[in-house]
Ligand binder design. Sequence first.
Ligand code: ZN
Length: 417
Amino acid sequence: MAATIECGEGISTSDSAMYVKKVLSAASPLTLKIIAECPVTKARACDLILPHSTVSTPVFMPVGTQGTVKGITADQLGSLGCEICLGNTYHLGMRPGPDLIERANGLHSFMNWKRSILTDSGGFQMVSLVELSEVTEEGVKFQSPYDGKEILLSPEKSISIQNSLGSDIMMQLDDVVSSTVKGPRVEEAMHRSIRWLDRCIAANKNPEKQNLFAIIQGGLDAELRKACLNEMTQRDVPGFAIGGLSGGEEKDDFWKMVTLSTNHLPREKPRYLMGVGYSVDLVVCVALGCDMFDCVFPTRTARLGSALVPWGSLQMKHKQYAKDFQPIDPDCQCPTCKRHSRAYLHALFKSDTAAMHHITIHNIVYQLSLMRSVRQSIMEGRFPEFIRTFMKRMFPSRDQYPSWAVEALASVGVTLD
Ligand SMILES: [Zn+2]
């Protein structure tokens, strides 16, 4: 009898459970089911099936640092409907350290988060946070900010830490160069990132449980990026990230590199655009074919008092909200907007860090519901219309539309009116 996981008819519950277990253990730890593709743009809605949860894409992934997203608990994050969050390998690797987290049975158990986790390689933080870092073929050498000792983060070491953390998706260590750097250093970093990818693949002790994503580099040089795409897509990795962007480059360069990358990435694998979190960028880059995004922006800006809304943002510290008894966004369904007024949040900012917490919750819900609406519109075949409505709401008049966004959307067949 041909049994499938879905029907399971004619087999007892325990047999069926065993069967499912067998099938799952033999399969890859990642499955991407394409649910719908936009007939106009390159957008798609997928189910990304990971060991700890199924993630609906397009997805925005909130960024955690030391085992939690700042200003919010793991429990709250789950109750807001978040299916995947980021863990920061650099911070967790330094303190409390991979041994302790391994003893706690991995990061999921340590932070009591049952859904999916993506961990970065630690390389980006090293280059951006530590002044005294040096890149060699071996890895990134840096001085520990805690005790001054010299530490080497090699591709093997990064994967070993991520194996201890037990994340669903691990990122390769790449040679990170600022997107504003030009010249031979960009080419060197691109080739080194390919060599480091191979070392990461070889170092992964848990390929049956943990997915390793490659990171496409090549700066703003189309030829270098194509060469990187050509090499990396020949490797059998479960997913690809587009790296080296969102670092202060011109938006015209940014979107052209994104679209070049999605044009060359395989349709059947997830595409993760790193470091993107502004809502306009998210909507445009979904149209350009990206599935996954992360950024510290929504949570960082919340701690500075800025609440995200469909027409931009509100700075809750401003005097104008002192006597404003509306919620941040009357249409928002988040726990903050259901319970608290702008006036309350404004007053709270003067005395208590709880204000940051309330706005963090609101901003995470804003990002998650934006992506949910995007997904819904793709599934209903009305994504181009969604984009037009979204832009009209975000910008008071047509001449305020960012020209890069207009051009990027036109390149995938969406003209704005
Ligand atoms: Zn809200």
